[in-house]
Design a protein. Structure first.
Lengths: 323, 305
C-alpha cells in the first residue's frame, strides 16, 4: 500500500467568483489515491465533494468557477498545467467518472452501442475486433444481461440499475488508472446498490484502478473503501484507514457523522443529528469551520484554523483537540 | 405504427369536416355573389338562371347539403370567377407556392440553427444580443409591412430587385425574406432555449467526461436533443407559413395559393375559397402527420402505441 500515489491532489482551491462575492467551495483540499485503493470522500451535501471531482477533471460547471490554486498530479504530471487538448486525452482514457443519476447521464437519443463506441474508439485496439464486438464485450464485463441485444437499445428501454452498469461500462472502456464515482448508488434500489458496489470492487481489482468514491453514506464507506477522507465546508478535516475512522474518530465532525448512522443491532432510540448549519462558503470563519456546531469548541478554535496533525498511522485530523 | 397513422387519418377526416363547415358558413355571411356579378340591368330571369348555375338555390342548409354530396365525390365546385373546377385552379397555382416555401424554410434553418446555438453558448454575448434583437424585430414586424418596406427600399429607391411577380432568382429574394423572417425569429429563440436546457444536462457532462470533443458535444449530443421541441413546433409553423404566404404573395403579386385565397375572398368566389381552404387544411394535416412520424426517428422514446 505504500506505493507512489496514482492521483495526488495538493492544496486545491476552486472558487466561484460571483457578483455578490467569492464562494470558496473547495478551499485547500489535499489527498492522495494509490493504485488499487478505494478512497472514500465523505461529507454532507454542498461541502464540495463533487466540485473537487470536477476540478480534477477540469470540467467546472459554470464560467464563474475557477481553480485558482493547488495541483492535481496524475502519475506525477500536473493536470492543471495541461492544455485543453491534452486534458481531453486524460478524460475518459486515464480518469473516468460515474455520475450519480443513471436516469439522466445517458443521452436519450443515441443507442447504448453508439454511446459506448464514442468511448471505445478513443483507445486503439489491435485485436481486430469491431467496435460493436468490443462494446458487447465491455457490457459483458459489467455483467449486463444479454449484451448483444443491449447495444442496439436506447437508454429508456433499460432500468436504472442497467443504465448505471452501462455508465460503468463507458467508464472502464479505456481501462483508466483512476475512476471517480460520484455517489454512484444513491439513485439505485437498495438491492441493486449492493450488486453495483460488488461490481465496482471486482472491476477495480481486475483493472487495478484507484477509485475516488464520493458518498455521504458511511454504510457504503464501510463496504467499499480502504481509506476515508472526511470533508467539511470545502476542506478535508480527517483522513485515515476505514477501521481507524470507525473505531477511533478524532474530529468531532467525524464523530458526529458516525453517530448519526442508524445501527440495526443497537437500539439507540432517536437518531442523532448534528445541530446547526455549515457556515456559508462565501463568508467562512477564520478559525475551525465546525467550531460553532462543535460541542467541544474552545476559544482558540474560533481564532485559528487547526493544521492537520497525525493522530495515528496514516491517520490525521485538523482539530485543536487532537493536537 | 400503422394503427397510429390510421388513427391520425380518422382524426384528420373529422377535423376536415369541421373546417369545411366553418369555411362554408362563414363564407356565406359575406353576402351574395350573384348581386356582385350581374350587371345592373339584369332581369329576375337572369338572376334565377345564375343562381341555378352556381348551385345557390334554396336555404343555406340546402346549399350545404349539395356541397357536401359533391365534395365527398371530389368535386369542390366550380369557380365563379374563373369558370373552371376550383381544384384545377388550386393545383395550377400550387407549384408557385411550393417554390416559395422551401427557400423560406432554408433561410430559417440556415440562420436559426447557428445563431440559436451560438447564442446559447455565449449567453449575454454580442451574438446573443444581436440575435435577440433580430428575434424581437422578426416576431413583431408584420410581414405585409416588411414586404412593402423591402419593395420601397430595394426596388423603388435602389432599383436592385424586381418588385413583384415570378421570374429569375432575384425575384425570390424579397418574398423569401418576408415569409421567412417570422420563422427565423421563432426557431432561433426556441433553439437557444432548448440548447441552454440541454447544455446543463447530465448526459452532456458525461460526454465531456468521456473526452468527447467540444464540437461533438455541442453539434451531436446537444443539438440532436435540442431539435426535438423545434420539430414538434414545425407543424404549427406550417400553419403560419400558409397564412404568411397569403400576405406575401399578395404583396409581391405572386401567382400562388396565397394570392388565390385572397382573390377568392375579395370576389366572393365561395367554391374557390372553400376549395383552397380545404386543400390547405389537408396540406397542413399531412405535414403534421409527417412531422409526427419524423419525430419517432429523432426521439427513440416516442413509440406509437
Amino acid at each position: 500500500m505504500d506505493s507512489a500515489p496514482v492521483l495526488e491532489v495538493r492544496n486545491l482551491h476552486t472558487h466561484f467568483f460571483l457578483r455578490r462575492g467569492v464562494v470558496k467551495a473547495v478551499d485547500g483540499v489535499s489527498f492522495a489515491l494509490r493504485r488499487g485503493e478505494v478512497l472514500g470522500l465523505v461529507g454532507e451535501s454542498g461541502c464540495g465533494k463533487s466540485l473537487t471531482a470536477l476540478s480534477i477533471l477540469r470540467l467546472l460547471p459554470q464560467a464563474a468557477a475557477r481553480t485558482i490554486e493547488g495541483s492535481v498530479l496524475l502519475d506525477g504530471e500536473d493536470l492543471l498545467a495541461k492544455s485543453p487538448g491534452e486534458m481531453r486525452a486524460v478524460r475518459g482514457q486515464r480518469i473516468a467518472m460515474i455520475l450519480q443519476d443513471p436516469q439522466t447521464s445517458l443521452n436519450p437519443v443515441f443507442s447504448i452501442g453508439n454511446q459506448l463506441h464514442e468511448a471505445l474508439a478513443r483507445r486503439p485496439d489491435n485485436t481486430g475486433r469491431s467496435l460493436r464486438e468490443r462494446a458487447v464485450d465491455v457490457l459483458r464485463r459489467v455483467r449486463l444481461a444479454a449484451p448483444e441485444q443491449r447495444v442496439g437499445q436506447y437508454p429508456h428501454e433499460l432500468s436504472g440499475g442497467m443504465k448505471q452498469r452501462v455508465v460503468g461500462a463507458i467508464a472502464i472502456s479505456c481501462a483508466p488508472e483512476v475512476m471517480i464515482a460520484d455517489e454512484p448508488t444513491t439513485a439505485l434500489d437498495v438491492t441493486i446498490q449492493l450488486q453495483y458496489l460488488d461490481l465496482l470492487k471486482e472491476l477495480q481489482s481486475s483493472l487495478d484502478m484507484g477509485i475516488l468514491f464520493i458518498t455521504h453514506d458511511f454504510g457504503v464507506v464501510a463496504r467499499m473503501c480502504d481509506r476515508v477522507a472526511v470533508m467539511y465546508a470545502g476542506r478535508i478535516v480527517e483522513t485515515g484507514p476505514v477501521r481507524e475512522i470507525f473505531d477511533n474518530p478524532v474530529h468531532p465532525y467525524t464523530q458526529a457523522l458516525i453517530a448519526s448512522v442508524p445501527k440495526l443491532r443497537r437500539k439507540t432510540g432517536r437518531l442523532r443529528a448534528i445541530e446547526g448549519q455549515p457556515p456559508a462558503l462565501s463568508d467562512l470563519p477564520v478559525g475551525c469551520r465546525f467550531a460553532d456546531r462543535c460541542p467541544h469548541a474552545e476559544p482558540r478554535c474560533l481564532e485559528r484554523y487547526p493544521e492537520a496533525v497525525n493522530v495515528g498511522e496514516n491517520h490525521s485530523a485538523s482539530c485543536w483537540l487532537a493536537a | 405504427m400503422q394503427r397510429y397513422i390510421l388513427q391520425r387519418l380518422v382524426q384528420g377526416v373529422i377535423l376536415l369536416a369541421v373546417v369545411t363547415s366553418i369555411v362554408f358558413f362563414v363564407g356565406r355571411m359575406t353576402g351574395n355573389p350573384v348581386d356582385m356579378m350581374l350587371p345592373e340591368d339584369a332581369t329576375e330571369e337572369d338572376r334565377q338562371d345564375m343562381i341555378v348555375r352556381l348551385k345557390l338555390e334554396g336555404t343555406v342548409m340546402d346549399q350545404f347539403g349539395v356541397f357536401i354530396v359533391d365534395a365527398v365525390q371530389g368535386d369542390l365546385g366550380t369557380s365563379i370567377r374563373y369558370r373552371q373546377p376550383a381544384t384545377d385552379i388550386f393545383f395550377s397555382r400550387l407549384p408557385n407556392t411550393l417554390l416559395m416555401i422551401p427557400p423560406a424554410m432554408i433561410l430559417a434553418i440556415v440562420m436559426a440553427v447557428p445563431l440559436g446555438v451560438i447564442s446559447a453558448l455565449r449567453r449575454g454575448g454580442i451574438i446573443d444580443r444581436i440575435s435577440a434583437t433580430i428575434a424581437v424585430l422578426g416576431i413583431s414586424t408584420p410581414n405585409f409591412w416588411l414586404g412593402i418596406v423591402l419593395i420601397y427600399l430595394f426596388s423603388v429607391t435602389l432599383g436592385w430587385l424586381p418588385s413583384s411577380r415570378m421570374g429569375g432568382p432575384l425575384n425570390y429574394i424579397m418574398p423569401t425574406i418576408t415569409l421567412g423572417t417570422f420563422l427565423v425569429a421563432g426557431f432561433m429563440r426556441l433553439i437557444r432555449s432548448s440548447m441552454l436546457e440541454t447544455l446543463d444536462s447530465e448526459f452532456v457532462k458525461l460526454a465531456r467526461i468521456k473526452g468527447v470533443s467540444e464540437t461533438a458535444v455541442i453539434w451531436k449530443h446537444c443539438l440532436r436533443n435540442a431539435l426535438i421541441p423545434v420539430l414538434s413546433l414545425w407543424g404549427v409553423f406550417m400553419g403560419g407559413l400558409v397564412t404568411g404566404a397569403i400576405v406575401t404573395e399578395t404583396v409581391f403579386a405572386w401567382p400562388g395559393i396565397g394570392r388565390l385565397t385572397y382573390e377568392a375572398v375579395i370576389f366572393r368566389d365561395y367554391p374557390l375559397l372553400q376549395a383552397v381552404i380545404i386543400m390547405d387544411a389537408i396540406f397542413i394535416l399531412f405535414i403534421n402527420l409527417l412531422v409526427d412520424i419524423l419525430y419517432a426517428y429523432v426521439d427513440p422514446r416516442i413509440r406509437f402505441e
